[in-house]
Design a protein around this ligand. Sequence first.
Ligand SMILES: [Mg+2]
Length: 281
Amino acid sequence: MSTTQQLQDFVTQVRRDILRQVHQVNSGHPGGSLGCAEFFSVLYQEVMDYSTDFKMNGENEDLFFLSNGHISPVFYSVLARSGFFPVDELNTFRKIDSRLQGHPTTHEALPGIRIASGSLGQGLSVAIGAAAAKKLNNDDKLIYTLHGDGELQEGQNWEAIMYAAGNKVDNLIATVDYNKKQIDGATDDVLPLGSLKAKFEAFDWDVIELKEGNSCDAIKSALNEAKSRTGKGKPVVILMETEMGNGVDFMMGTHAWHGKAPSDEQLKTALEQNPETLGDY
Ligand SMILES: [Mg+2]
């Protein structure tokens, strides 16, 4: 358990790591990464029960699957700072032969990564398999996932959403990064999602709405509420409203930083807004 200040310091350092990784190689996705810095920090620092002595089968521990893998900078930073691999390996992000590829992959064997991603829409299907395996093994730990909202435009999600409810996969907590934006603009302009709450409820999921998706306290409450609703015959989803680019003033309120690296000058400004707390890699 961290104090509020310790958790906020962790988040601030994660933001710096995101910005520095993407800037160094002039490539990557800072917007969604920054928007989910609080979620990953709370999940790995406060909520999940896991071992950093990484074993792929994940028996008797909570598991997390990232479906919208392009926000790898936040995932890598939080994994490193939670003890899965050395923090200075963040220096290798997106470089040839690095274990930290632009989209997470498994053949590099980076501790903490259990699925490759890149093509969107597949994470929930994998997570359902892992959730079913836990039930078969009488393993009472939980499966957590994260999905982009734009990613829900991929049809495979809805097959998985239907399957999970129909098969009572109730040891699964999916979270949607509901920032209403995707790489080409507002989700409403690209392909409207309508009411996600109504859609998930129509598919017989238990829905939790999280309006303050960039508040560590609110995220922690929502995840704890979700945990309390597992084991009751329904999969649980958290619709987490976030701000893309959160924590960097010029990256907020726009989709422009979905997949764009900051310049030297922009990095300097962004880092000034997020002073070093736990030590840069
Ligand atoms: Mg989005």
